[in-house]
Ligand binder design. Structure first.
Ligand code: FE
Ligand code: FE
Ligand code: ZN
Length: 277
């Protein structure tokens, strides 16, 4: 069975996300750990989380994907900004232990002119500071489009980060289809070649999750604007290949397309229809 979900709002709590996921035909979901633009996280309500865990158990959910606020910059040139990212991510990881054994995804950040090497060093230092030996969460680096001075637009940069992290068993990769196409990996015409390259440079065993997004922009545009599935430059047949690919078909997949719940329900039904059981 396909493991599929979408990004859901955290505003009504964890049980509500589980119920919304069921309502739209999903068996997993992604959520922000806190307000994506701010830093404020609501207090954890253990009874609420407990109810979600029951839904997940009963309905056989795949692993969930928590997403760090996208405004964090773990490789900023400003020490306060890096420190802020560290405090937020450390707190998120602590909170994730209420939902043991799931994924926590973050954007490597932008080096803002200092250069890739310095930026990568900051990201590695931050990860080595916050990873705890007893954590059950796997931290995922997201593949980025390479917009501006963004780090993570190439497999080599992601591998360099992974190489520097001491507890590499706590790390993985989340592949965003819009981002890698915008970054210049041609998954429309050469999906197999891109996956071979991923395997050669990073190793497919590190690939834990997929963000399923079409792109509003052409190949290698370095833009990062998501489009509805089948309505952008990737096109529906690319998604049919991706979700059925032997190396990808067992991974949890998350839609981050411009949709409300009803739109997500339609995309999930469409992708389930294309999935070959
Ligand atoms: Fe993201
Ligand atoms: Fe994404
Ligand atoms: Zn994006």
């Amino acid at each position: 069975m396909i493991k599929i979900g979408c990004h859901l709002s955290t505003s009504k709590g964890y049980e509500a996300m589980g119920k919304n996921a069921l309502m739209i035909g999903a068996n997993t979901f992604q959520f922000f750990t806190r307000n994506p633009r701010g830093s404020k996280a609501k207090n954890i309500q253990p009874q609420d989380i407990e109810k979600l865990l029951i839904i997940m158990e009963e309905k056989n959910f795949a692993k969930l994907l928590a997403h760090a606020p996208y405004t964090l910059n773990p490789c900023s040139d400003k020490a306060e900004t890096r420190e802020f990212a560290k405090i937020v991510m450390e707190d998120d990881l602590r909170r994730m232990e209420y939902l043991p054994g799931n994924y926590y995804n973050f954007h490597p950040g932008s080096h803002v002119g200092q250069g890739v090497e310095i930026g990568i060093t900051y990201i590695i230092d931050l990860l080595n500071d916050i990873i705890r030996e007893d954590q059950t969460t796997t931290i995922l680096l997201e593949t980025m489009s390479g917009k501006g001075s963004e780090i993570g637009g190439t497999f080599e940069e992601l591998k360099q980060i992974l190489n520097g992290v001491k507890s590499s068993d706590k790390m993985g990769i989340c592949l965003d289809t819009c981002h890698i196409y915008d970054a210049g990996y041609d998954i429309v015409n050469n999906l197999d070649m891109v996956l071979e390259e991923f395997d050669r440079i990073i190793g497919l065993e590190m690939l834990c999750a997929i963000h399923l997004n079409d792109s509003k922009n052409p190949f290698s545009s370095h833009k990062d604007r998501h489009e509805k599935i089948g309505e952008g430059s990737l096109g529906l047949s690319t998604f049919e290949h991706i979700i059925n690919h032997p190396k990808l078909r067992n991974l949890p997949m998350f839609l981050e397309t411009p949709n409300e719940l009803d739109g997500y329900a339609k995309e999930i039904a469409m992708l389930k229809g294309l999935f070959m059981d």
